[in-house]
Design a protein around this ligand. Structure first.
Ligand SMILES: *[C@@H]1O[C@H](CO)[C@@H](O)[C@H](O)[C@H]1NC(C)=O
Ligand SMILES: *[C@@H]1O[C@H](CO)[C@@H](O)[C@H](O)[C@H]1NC(C)=O
Ligand SMILES: *[C@@H]1O[C@H](CO)[C@@H](O)[C@H](O)[C@H]1NC(C)=O
Ligand SMILES: *[C@@H]1O[C@H](CO)[C@@H](O)[C@H](O)[C@H]1NC(C)=O
Length: 667
C-alpha cells in the first residue's frame, strides 16, 4: 500500500515536472515589453535593447529570465538537454578593454556580493572556485587575467563555479565556406551570436560563436564533455551578467531564445532592435545610391570629399587648451604618433596593462624609437594637474627612470610617449618560463637601480614624487639589462582619494599597502611597501599572489614570513637560480623585503635607509620570530629599550576596495 503511494507520488511528480518543462521555450527578438529580472545597471532601453551594463565605470549588471527553470530530470538524476542562443554586442572605449559578459545558469539570482571588473559580476575573490556557487557561466572575456589562467584577452570560456575556465578558445568561428577558423574581436561592437547547447545524453556542452550575419557554423568553438549535474541544484535561473572596469562602453543583448529539451528557435535579424551608433564612424554610404543626374553626382562627390576631410580631421583630432601652451615642447602631434605606431597596429603592441595598451613606434621625422601608451581617462577632472605633474616628471633625469618624452591629448584619451626599452619589463624575465633567467648579480643590480630611482623620487628631486605603482612589470630593462622604473603617477589619474563617497584605491592588487585602503592617502611609505613586495618577487621569482589549481592561493609575503619562522628563509629563493647566489645578499634582500612590506607604515624604512642597507652601509634591524609572530627590533631610542613592531598577518591583504585595485591588473 505504502509503496503504491510512493509510486503514485513519483509519477505525479514526474508528470507535473514534465508539463512544466514543456513551457520553458522563449524567444525574444528584442526585449521591448519583455519581463526580465534586472539588477545593477542593467536596463531595457526604449529601443528594446537589453543593456546589461551602461557606460558607468566599475559597475555590474544582471538580467534574468524571471522564472526559475528545472534542469534536472529527477527520475534519472541527470540534466535535461537544453539549447539557447543570443545576439550580443560589446563595445569598448579606446584602447582599454573591458572585462566582458557572461551567459549564466545559476541557482540564485542574487549577485549583490559579486565583484565587477575581472570578476564579471559573477563571483568575488572569496567565493570564486567554490563548488557551492552552483553557477555555470559562458564567458566572453576581453581581458587576459593571469590569475585565472586566461589564454588571451579575447576569448570564450566555460566556467564552472570558477572564473578559471575548464575550457576556452580565442574568439573565432569556423567558416564552413572558407574551411578555416576566422578570428573575431569580442569587444569591437560587432553584432555576434552565441549558441550554448547541452546534450544531456552525451553530457556534452557545445559553444558556438559567429558574426550575426553568418549562419550557425557546423563546428562549435568549444565542445566540452562534462556532466553538469553536480553543478545544478534545481531550480536554476538563466540570464546574463556583465561588468565594466575603466572603459565607458555598454554591452548589449539584442535577442535571446531558450529551449529546454529541444533546439532554441532562431532569432530573426529583421526584428532585432538597432544598436545605437558608437564612435565616429563616418563611412560614406553614398556609393550605394544610384543617381541618374550627373549634377547630383558632382554634388555627391563634393560631399564625399568634405566627409573625407572631416573624417580625417576627426581621425587626428586633438584636445588642446590654453593652459597647455607652456607645455609646447612636450606636446606631440597625434598624427605623428599615429604614423609612428602604424595606426596603433596590433603588431606594434608591446603590452597592455590596466591603464591601457603600449605600442612601439618610430617617430616620423627624428626616427627615434619610442613607446606610446594610450590611456583612456573619463573626465577632464584632474587632467590639468596630471599633465602638470607628468610634464614636470618629464624633467626628471635619472638613469634608472624611464624618460617620459611627452604627451598628446585627445577626446577622452591621453597618449604618453616614453623612451623605448628594448628588453621589455622585468616581470617577463622573472615569470616567463621561456625567457632566459637573470643571474643573481643582475637581479641585485636591478634591485639597487630601482631603489635609487625611488630614493630620487622621494627625496632627491625638487618635490616629493610618489610612484604609486611599483611592481616588476613597471620595471623596464634597457639594452644592458639595467633596471629603469617606469609608469609614473598614472595611478593618480584614476585616484580620487579614499573618501567614503568614492572608495577608490589605485595600485596593483598584491602591492597595495594595507593603510592605503583605510586612509586613501598615498605617502612615500606606500611605495616602500610595494618595493618590499618587489624585492620578494625578484628574490623568489614568484608573483605576489599566485593561484593554484586547488583553490589555494599563495601569498608570497605570507609564505616568506612562515619560511622565516621555520628558519628556512633561503628555501624561498628562486629555484631557477640553482643556488647560484650570495647567501648574504639573498638573505638581505628577503629580510629587507619583509621589513619594507611591514604592515605598520612607520616600521618601514625610508628609501635612503634602504639604500644604506643595500650598499652594506648599515645593517638591518634584527628580525626575530617569537611565538610564531615576527618582530623587528628598531633602533634603540637612547636607552636600552627597543621598539618592537609585531607583524599583523591579517593586515597583509587589504580587505576593502580590492575590486577597484584589481583595475590595474597585476601583470
Ligand atoms: C547607468 O545606470 C545607472 C543605474 O540605472 C545610473 O544611475 C547611471 O547614471 C547610468 N550611467 C550612465 C553613464 O548612463
Ligand atoms: C562573496 O560572495 C559571497 C556570497 O556569494 C558573500 O557571502 C561574501 O561575503 C562575498 N565576499 C566578499 C569579500 O565580498
Ligand atoms: C564555500 O562556500 C561555502 C558556503 O558559502 C562555505 O561554507 C565554504 O567554506 C566555502 N568553501 C571554501 C573552500 O571556501
Ligand atoms: C587568430 O587569433 C589567434 C589567437 O589570438 C592567433 O594565434 C592567430 O594567428 C589568428 N589568426 C589570424 C588568421 O589572424
Amino acid at each position: 500500500m505504502f509503496i503504491n503511494f510512493v509510486v503514485l507520488f513519483l509519477l505525479l511528480g514526474l508528470r507535473s515536472e514534465a508539463s512544466q518543462q514543456d513551457d520553458i521555450d522563449f524567444t525574444y527578438n528584442g526585449f521591448q515589453g519583455v519581463d526580465m529580472s534586472l539588477d545593477g545597471v542593467a536596463q531595457i532601453t526604449n529601443d528594446g535593447l537589453l543593456m546589461v551594463v551602461n557606460t558607468s565605470m566599475q559597475q555590474k549588471g544582471h538580467a534574468f529570465y524571471p522564472h526559475p527553470i528545472h534542469f534536472m530530470n529527477s527520475s534519472s538524476g541527470s540534466v535535461f538537454s537544453f539549447s539557447t542562443t543570443f545576439v550580443f554586442a560589446m563595445f569598448s572605449e579606446f584602447a582599454v578593454s573591458d572585462p566582458g559578459m557572461a551567459f549564466i545558469i545559476a541557482h540564485s539570482r542574487d549577485f549583490s556580493s559579486a565583484w565587477p571588473s575581472i570578476y564579471l559580476g559573477v563571483f568575488n575573490k572569496t567565493n570564486n572556485g567554490n563548488s557551492s556557487n552552483h553557477v555555470i557561466a559562458i564567458e566572453m572575456d576581453s581581458i587576459q587575467n593571469l590569475e585565472f589562467d586566461d589564454i588571451d584577452s579575447n576569448h570564450v570560456g566555460i566556467d564552472i563555479n570558477d572564473l578559471k575556465s575548464v575550457d576556452s578558445a580565442p574568439a573565432s568561428y569556423f567558416s564552413d565556406q572558407e574551411n578555416r577558423y576566422v578570428n573575431l574581436t569580442l569587444s569591437s561592437g560587432r553584432t555576434l551570436q552565441l549558441w550554448v547547447e547541452y546534450c544531456g545524453v552525451q553530457k556534452q556542452l557545445n559553444v558556438t560563436l559567429a558574426p550575426f550575419e553568418v549562419p550557425k557554423p557546423k563546428t562549435p568553438l568549444l565542445s566540452f564533455n562534462i556532466d553538469l549535474s553536480p553543478t545544478i541544484v534545481d531550480p536554476m535561473f538563466v540570464g546574463f551578467s556583465s561588468s565594466t572596469a575603466v572603459s565607458k562602453a555598454p554591452h548589449y543583448v539584442l535577442g535571446w531564445s531558450f529551449k529546454m529539451n529541444g533546439k532554441a528557435k532562431d532569432l530573426t535579424l529583421s526584428q532585432l532592435p538597432k544598436l545605437p551608433r558608437m564612435g565616429p564612424k563616418t563611412e560614406p554610404r553614398i556609393f550605394t545610391i544610384g543617381f541618374p543626374v550627373i549634377g547630383a553626382s558632382f554634388m555627391l562627390m563634393s560631399i564625399f570629399i568634405i566627409q573625407i576631410i572631416v573624417a580625417r580631421r576627426k581621425k587626428f583630432a586633438e584636445v588642446y587648451e590654453d593652459w597647455e601652451l607652456e607645455y609646447g615642447p612636450q606636446r606631440f602631434k597625434y598624427k605623428d604618433l599615429y604614423i609612428a605606431t602604424k595606426g596603433f597596429d596590433d603588431k606594434e603592441l608591446l603590452g597592455s596593462g590596466g591603464f591601457g595598451k603600449v605600442y612601439k613606434g618610430i617617430l616620423p621625422t627624428s626616427k627615434v624609437e619610442v613607446a606610446v601608451k594610450r590611456v583612456s581617462h573619463d573626465s577632464r577632472q584632474g587632467v590639468k594637474e596630471f599633465i602638470a605633474e607628468i610634464v614636470s616628471i618629464g624633467k626628471l633625469q635619472h638613469r634608472n627612470i624611464v624618460t617620459l618624452l611627452g604627451y598628446c591629448r585627445r577626446q577622452g584619451e591621453l597618449l604618453l610617449v616614453y623612451d623605448f626599452m628594448p628588453n621589455g619589463s622585468l616581470d617577463k624575465f622573472l615569470f616567463n618560463q621561456s625567457t632566459t633567467t637573470l643571474s643573481w648579480n643582475q637581479r641585485f643590480q636591478i634591485i639597487k637601480s630601482v631603489a635609487s630611482a625611488l630614493l630620487y623620487l622621494h627625496e632627491e628631486w625638487e618635490q616629493v614624487v610618489i610612484h604609486r605603482d611599483v611592481k616588476s612589470s613597471n620595471v623596464m630593462l634597457d639594452k644592458e639589462l639595467n633596471g629603469r622604473l617606469g609608469d609614473f603617477g598614472l595611478a593618480r589619474l584614476y585616484d580620487h582619494g579614499c573618501d567614503p563617497k568614492s572608495t577608490h584605491v589605485v595600485g596593483t592588487f598584491g602591492y597595495i599597502a594595507p593603510e592605503l585602503c583605510k586612509t586613501g592617502k598615498a605617502s612615500p611609505s606606500v611605495d616602500v611597501f610595494a618595493f618590499g613586495i618587489f624585492l620578494l618577487e625578484v628574490a623568489c621569482g614568484r608573483r605576489p599572489i599566485q593561484f593554484h589549481e586547488s583553490e589555494e592561493r599563495l601569498v608570497l609575503l605570507e609564505w616568506v614570513i612562515s619560511s622565516f619562522n621555520m628558519g628556512v628563509i633561503l628555501e624561498t629563493a628562486d629555484p631557477k637560480l640553482e643556488m647560484n647566489y650570495e647567501v648574504e645578499e639573498m638573505e638581505l634582500v628577503l629580510k629587507l623585503g619583509l621589513l619594507c612590506s611591514h604592515s605598520i607604515p612607520t616600521a618601514r624604512p625610508s628609501m635612503r635607509q634602504v639604500m644604506y642597507f643595500l650598499e652594506g652601509e648599515a645593517s638591518l634591524p634584527e628580525l626575530r620570530s617569537l611565538n610564531g609572530s615576527l618582530f623587528f627590533t628598531a633602533e634603540g631610542t637612547g636607552d636600552d629599550v627597543s621598539i618592537w613592531f609585531p607583524y599583523h598577518m591579517s593586515a597583509v591583504t587589504p580587505q576593502s576596495s580590492i575590486a577597484d585595485s584589481l583595475l590595474s591588473g597585476g601583470r
